[in-house]
Design a protein around this ligand. Sequence first.
Ligand SMILES: [Fe+2]
Length: 187
Amino acid sequence: MIGRALRHHVESFLACALPRVARFLPERTIRGGDDTPYLTKYTLMNLGKKVGRVHLHLFHRGDEDRELHDHPFDGISLVLVGGYVEERLVGEPLPLPLHGADREGRLVVRKLSPGSVNVIRTSTFHRVEIPPGAVCWTLFVTGPIRRSWGFLGEEGFVPHRIFSARKERARSEGFDKGFDQAKSDQA
Ligand SMILES: [Fe+2]
């Protein structure tokens, strides 16, 4: 009981303090395919690609892609404010189409709240969900960059640049179709 009350107070304090502190830190915001903010990274310490970094992460929303992704480094995430639901692959990562029924039994779904620690290795495939309108602050410590990263698509691992290019192409084709449809509806 006391523990829960204390956690609540600490979270409330951090929810006020972190935006104020973050204003003084170098930042970079990653945007989604629809150009809305996805994640803002505030750098607390940057020892370079060969050593690692410490960031404050402000999630504006969860991962937009249904496909799981991995990371180029090992990292530890400490949830400070808010939280997220993580889907994480268990068992053999490749080759594995992860759609519909194939996902069942292969994923661990768990909720991470303030105080939760999430260890994310280069071999981890996951994605996170955040409720609409909620925000989430985490402290994210990463080790050296070890490899490229990507997504688990229908055919297995897809490097992130190829995956993003495909998504972008599909989005613009969908937009063109919608535009053509709207034109024919008006005619
Ligand atoms: Fe991730």
